[in-house]
Each structure stands twice: as C-alpha cells, then as structure tokens.
Design a protein around this ligand. Structure first.
Ligand code: GLU
Length: 497
C-alpha cells in the first residue's frame, strides 16, 4: 500500500508554453487541483519553457486566462509568486546547471561530446546513442573540453537490472533498465531537458505528488534513478490517463479533434474554443471531471465543491478514455437550466453584444428565465432570442412560409391572425397564463389545434419558427407590440396574396 499523503500536499501543473491551453492539459491540472484542495494543500503553476524553440509568446497569458475562466485558483506561479520561485524554468538555469554538475561529480552523469554527425551515424546504424563517451577517461574528457568541443550531460543509466516504481493509480510498475538510454540532462546551450528540470523543480518546490500524463510513464524509471542519484526523497507519482479522440482511436489531437468515423465534425479542444462556443465553465469542469474519474452514486452532475470532497487520485481509472464531447451539450444545458437568472443574464449579455445587439439589461433579465430550458449553449441565445434586442420599430413581418403552420394554408393563417388580434386586445390581464387560456379557447372556437394557433402567433410576433415560449414572449413584448406585430403579419399576408 502506498501512503497517500506525506506532509503538506503540494501538487503542480507544469505546462510548456507552446500555444493555447489544450483541454487535455486542463484535465490533468484539474485532478491535481482537486487533490490539493481536498487536502488543504497548495496548487502550483510552473512554466516549463526549456525548449525555447517551441515557446510561443503570449502562451503563459492564455494558460492563466484559462484557469481564471474555469475558476481554478493557483496558489503559487509566475503571476502569483511564492516562496519557491521563480516559477518559470528559463529563469532557473543556474540551479539545473549546478545539479547537473553535482551528478557528474558524483559519477552519475557524464559529459558527452558526440557531434551531430556521430549521432546521425548512430541513428542510421539503427540504434540510439551508443554510450561511446560514457567511460571516457577524465584526461580525454578534459582535453575535449579544453578544445572547446561542445557537449551535453547525459545520465548514466544502469546497464542491467530493473527499476521498480510505485504509481498511485497503477500500483507497482517495473522496467527493464536495458530498455533505457543515457538520456540528456543538460543540453550544450546550458538549458536542461525536461528529465532534469522537472525533478530539480519538484524537489525544490517541495511537490508532494507528481501528477502527469501517462505518456511520461516510459521515462519514469529514468526519473526515479535521477531522484536517487541526487539523493532526494521522492514525491508520490500518479500517471494520469489521457484523452483519446471521440472515436477512441489515437490521442486527442492538439488542434481540432475530428470524429474520424463520423462526418468530420470538428469539436472544441482548446479552452478558448469552449469559451467561444458558449459553454459554462462549471459545465466544462464537470465534463472533464467525469473523464477517467467518477463521482459515484451514478451521478454525472456535481459541483466543484462536491468533487473536491470526494476526489482521490487512487480512484482515477488507469485506462485512457475517448473524449465524450457529445455529452457536453447536454451537461451545459443542465447547468444553464439550473443557473441563477441574474448570473445567466450576465453570461448572455456579452454573447449578444458580440453578435451586434445593443442589450437592454432590464429586458435581458426578463428574457433569461424563459430561455433556460431551451439553450444548449450560451451562443444559442442569438438565434433564439436576438429578436428581443432588435429595434422593435424596424420589425418586419415574416414571409408566409414562416407564418403558415402544418396543415394550414394562407386563408386559415389569415383567419387565426384576424381573430387573435382583437381577442388579445380585449384582455385586461396580459400574463402568459391568461393568454394561454384565451388562445386555447380561440383555437377551439375556430376549429384549429392549439399548436396551429400558438405556432402562427409565435411566427407572427418573433418572425421565427423557433423561439422561446410564445406567450411568455408576448408578455415580454407587451400587449401593444404583440398586437401590432400580429397586424403586420396579417397585412403582409394580404399583400402577398
Ligand atoms: N512540461 C511537461 C509537459 O507539458 C510537464 C509534464 C509534467 O507534468 O511533469 O508534458
């Protein structure tokens, strides 16, 4: 049995700033964050920018914005500071260099002077690096050094035996040392590789649990050996399953994932794509938490606080999961339905504004409650309810094909509109409940189905086939405006025919 915690829990997310934040990384970060919060510990953001060629300007800001949007607070990091900083690896080069020197001095690592030509020869011969500088006599190494020959520092991996590690999710894992190469720890430009840098940082930042993608599992034995060679106590490890494409084949792509077995629909994979697509952060968190972990009790919907109270790394399923993106719309719809109206209105406002509407907040507060059960994403508000925010004076009656309901012709539609206008005008109480009763009676009187009458009115007052409920809509438009629109529809029908 592996002890679950040792001292204060400190977990970290350690992305390379190579572009916009991918959802797979956030899923790993979420589990680390849940775990830290569950144990009253700290969650640290560390930027791993040692591969300077891949570093993209602005990526750190995008990572921070993603955390902000999701409401995942960071205790220590490049922006937040903290007592173990700096939290950006390119600002810690001397520390890595001195640890690499320490490993060389203690005989656990060596300077390798292999040239690019030598390395490519080895590759062509079909093998990896053949360790030709591993046992160079110190004198010869000193001479090459004196010549100014560039070199890297490589770790001396044991040449036989096994390395055994413990993983909180996978239990004991064993590796044959002969399968491992003498990995580079420090490059000739003085930058460390991931292998060295993350260990040095996880040690000095006092990380208690390393949670990272299972792709790092093959390097785990190398890392365990480096920890030992440095003489440091190891943290605990959890290699997290990764997300696969929605069809279950291959790792979820870095760019737009595609349903390879369906119609090529693109799905969001970057955090900003979720924002742009109109998803709620709490729905996205809930969605991600359900991948590779489950709340139990057959519950798919739970709050962040509930997840934190239950989360345990050892309950994470080791198997990689297909990206269940098809569930997100449903989940998002559930969150919209449950949302507080004022909060929802606040989320809808910028969406409408981005679509070019001038948003009257008082009106939006009336509209938000009637949209709740109909929106899958926030963006749906534009098509569904944008008409509320158009200039009412410019409202134009819809074309006959929108006005005419199933099994109705122009004449029948005209009869409904002609009768509805004066009936609605005679109402004292224009509440939607009353409208419903009155229009139901009218349908009966005219010999139409409720749906035919209600649908005709919907089209007449909204100009659309799909909208929020008709009577709630008319209540918000008001009696005079609703009747005006019904008259406009009637007139346009007369003009057309
Ligand atoms: N920078 C590494 C990556 O992005 C971090 C892996 C880790 O969490 O240790 O894959």
């Amino acid at each position: 049995m592996i002890a679950e915690t040792r001292g204060p829990v400190r977990t970290r997310y350690a992305p390379s700033p190579t572009g916009p934040q991918h959802i797979g990384g956030i899923r790993s970060a979420l589990f680390a964050w849940f775990f830290a919060r569950r144990h009253g510990g700290q969650f640290i953001l560390r930027i791993e920018d040692t591969d300077q060629k891949r570093t993209v300007p602005g990526a750190i800001e995008m990572i921070l914005e993603s955390f902000d949007w999701l409401g995942m607070d960071i205790d220590e990091g490049p922006l937040q500071g903290g007592e173990f900083g700096p939290y950006v690896q390119s600002q810690r080069l001397e520390l890595y260099q001195s640890c690499a020197r320490q490993l060389v001095d203690s005989g656990h690592a060596y300077k390798c002077f292999a040239t690019a030509a030598e390395l490519s020869e080895m590759r062509e011969a079909g093998g990896g690096y053949d360790r030709r500088y591993r046992d160079l006599p110190p004198q010869a190494a000193a001479e090459l050094e004196a010549e100014g020959r560039p070199g890297v520092i490589r770790f001396k991996m044991p040449l036989s035996g096994k390395t055994v590690g413990q993983d909180l999710i996978r239990g004991q894992v064993e590796f044959d040392n002969t399968q491992l190469q003498d990995a580079v720890l420090l490059k000739s430009d003085g930058f460390p590789t991931y292998h060295l840098a993350h260990i040095v940082d996880d040690h000095y930042m006092q990380i208690s649990h390393i949670t990272r993608a299972v792709e790092w599992l093959p390097s785990f034995p190398l890392h365990l050996r480096i920890w030992d060679a440095l003489g440091w106590d190891k943290p605990l490890f959890a290699h997290l399953p990764v997300l696969l494409n929605p069809n279950g084949k291959g790792k979820l792509s870095k760019r737009k994932a595609r349903f390879a077995d369906a119609d090529g629909t693109s799905v969001p994979v970057l955090v900003h794509e979720f924002i742009q697509a109109g998803y709620l952060p709490e729905a996205v968190i809930n969605f991600l938490a359900n991948i590779g972990w489950n709340f139990g009790d057959d519950r798919e919907i739970f709050s962040v606080a509930e997840a934190i109270a239950r989360f345990d790394l050892k309950d994470v399923n080791p198997a990689n999961s297909a990206y269940p993106i098809a569930k997100l719309d449903w989940l998002n719809g559930q969150y919209i339905q449950a949302a507080d109206c004022a909060y929802l209105a606040g989320l809808l406002k910028p969406v409408l504004e981005n679509a070019g509407y001038q948003v009257d907040e008082a009106r939006l507060r009336k509209v938000a409650p009637i949209l709740k059960v109909r929106l899958k994403t926030l963006n749906d508000v534009v098509d569904m309810a944008g008409f509320f925010f158009d200039d009412w004076e410019c409202f134009a009656a819809p074309a006959p094909d929108i006005l005419m309901q199933k099994k109705m012709d122009v004449e029948a539609t005209r009869r409904v509109l002609q009768a509805a206008g004066p009936t609605l005008a005679s109402m004292k109480d224009f509440s939607h409940d009353q409208q419903y009763l009155v229009m139901k009676a009218l349908a009966k009187e005219l010999g139409f189905k409720n749906g035919q009458v209600f649908g005709t009115l919907r089209a007449a007052v909204t100009g659309q086939k799909v909208s929020p409920p008709t009577f709630e809509t008319m209540e918000i438009l008001g009696q005079a405006e609703s009747i005006r629109r019904i008259q406009l529809a009637e007139a346009s029908l007369n003009a057309e025919t």
